[in-house]
Design a binder for this molecule. Structure first.
Ligand code: GDP
Ligand code: IMO
Ligand code: MG
Length: 441
């Protein structure tokens, strides 16, 4: 496979950064296609811990091209800060970074609107990351967004800011009693960023087209997760972009016929940050144990992640809407030491059994999950790199995930470090996929 999309199968934070970093060893290009600095992708190497918000998780290798596609929303101040931190830590940033001129900008008023609208919603708030993501995508769809390409043309940029502020200031002030923004101040600040970002701006779609024709290996790095997708997630408790595989095409300018595979990253259990329904959420000691053992605190906002059992209804849906060709199961080690594990196989609501993900949030909120119980294991799995070394119960647990999700597992992550992984089948360079049953044989 030369072109591979990596997506989250749950509510984000599945370990996409780790998986992308690992696969990037065999790729020449890594491209982000949606989301913005709401993402927090952690990569742990011998040189330390890196948390990427906008920069693709392939940047730590020399000689790899990292791109931000048109579907990404870019906060230029945040991006420059991230680049500066990386440079300080010895990462080379130069011709290895490409930004699409079609990517939209996050403006200061987007962040302000994100904050005040969340506050006004009260108990109905979404629990956003406060990075201005929703308002920036709303402007894009309303055709008043300002793009990276506009930033490079001071007159065009100034005019768009002035035009937008007429309505935006009125809205901020009259609806939310918030402070107004000055066009002059924004232009002064942003046109400074323009000089810094100009060298990186190039046609991402055209470059990817050429790379695909040359048979280069390309990773499309998803942010967030399937159930945070604006169309397929638990709307309205979602982000404002298509975090599912289709977003990789519209967010980079690569046609669907050029995509060879899609890998879905899933934790061995489930987590969620922010508000919204979560049928398998655990508010008991087991939930606490997952939070503590899994270090479940958001990489972007530091908020505690809600934790629960693995939900195969969510997972099967992710296999379907993304067309997943394989799964990467992460954080298996976090389940070490549990005598019993549970996997949700359906939702029961008012006498009806749901085996497929319902669109109705009331069902998700009120349902009782139907669980299958499986034996746990006591042996530590942290750092195991060979499938055969896994305890028999862990193999059974993984095989059951494969069966319930109806998708083969290609990778199993057994720790946060780069090298803590079992690669059953390399999604970029491997041949034919085999099921876990054949690996056990
Ligand atoms: P992403 O947003 O999908 O890239 O995931 P995050 O980086 O936000 O969160 C995943 C967290 O789990 C990070 O702190 C990773 O270092 C950590 N992690 C990833 N894989 C594993 C694993 O297999 N075991 C353990 N214990 N931690 C992992
Ligand atoms: P990565 O890429 C987990 C959640 C927020 C909130 C909702 C909307 O690290 O997996 P937004 O700021 O996007 O308008 O917030 O989406 N959210 C994430 N949760 N991981 C992420 O990214 C997330 N990005 C957004 O917590 O519930
Ligand atoms: Mg994250």
């Amino acid at each position: 496979m030369a072109t591979l999309i990596v997506v989250g199968s749950q509510w984000g934070d599945e370990g996409k950064g780790k998986i992308v970093d690992l696969l990037a060893q065999e790729a020449q290009i890594v491209v982000r296609f949606q989301g913005g600095s709401n993402a927090g992708h952690t990569v742990i190497t011998k040189r330390g811990t890196y948390v990427f918000h906008l920069v693709p998780s392939g940047i730590l290798y020399r000689g790899k091209l990292c791109m931000l596609g048109n579907g990404v929303v870019i906060d230029p101040a945040g991006l420059i800060q991230e680049l500066d931190h990386l440079i300080e830590r010895g990462v080379k940033i130069g011709r290895n970074l490409i930004i699409s001129p079609r990517a939209h900008l996050i403006m200061p008023y987007h962040k302000a609107l994100d904050a005040v609208s969340e506050e006004a919603k009260g108990s109905r708030r979404i629990g956003t990351t406060g990075r201005g993501i929703g308002p920036a995508y709303a402007d894009k769809m309303a055709r008043v967004g300002i793009r990276i390409g506009d930033l490079l043309q001071p007159d065009v940029f100034r005019q768009k800011v002035e035009e937008n502020l007429v309505a935006m200031n009125r809205h901020l002030h009259h609806v939310y009693q918030a402070d107004r923004f000055s066009a002059e101040k924004i232009c002064h600040e942003y046109l400074g960023y323009a000089d810094r970002l100009r060298p990186y701006v190039a046609d991402v779609s055209a470059l990817l087209d050429r790379a695909i024709a040359q048979g280069r290996h390309i990773l499309f790095e998803g942010a967030q997760g399937t159930h945070l997708d604006i169309d397929f997630g638990t709307y309205p408790y979602v982000t404002s972009s298509n975090a599912t595989a289709g977003g990789a095409c519209t967010g980079t300018g690569v046609g669907p016929t050029k995509i060879d595979g899609v890998i879905g990253v899933t934790k061995a259990y489930t987590t969620r940050v922010g508000e919204g329904p979560f049928p398998t959420e655990l508010t008991d000691e087991m939930g606490e144990a997952l939070k503590t053992r899994g270090q479940e605190f958001g990489a972007t906002t530091g908020r505690q992640r809600r934790c629960g059992w693995l939900d195969s209804v969510l997972l099967r849906y992710a296999v379907r809407v993304n067309g997943l060709t394989s799964l990467a199961v992460t954080k298996l080690d976090v389940l070490d030491g549990q005598s019993e594990l549970k996997i949700c196989t359906g939702y029961r609501h008012r006498g009806k059994l749901y085996k497929e993900m319902p669109a109705d949030l009331t069902v998700l909120r009120e349902c009782t999950p139907v669980y299958e119980r499986l034996p746990g294991w006591s042996m530590p799995t942290t750092g195991i790199t060979g499938y055969k070394q896994l305890p028999m119960q862990a193999k059974r647990y993984l095989a059951r995930i494969e069966e319930l999700a109806a998708c083969p597992i290609s990778m199993i992550s057994t720790g946060s470090r780069r090298e803590d992984v079992i690669v059953l089948h390399h999604p970029l360079t491997g041949g034919r996929m085999r099921s876990l049953k054949r690996h056990s044989a």
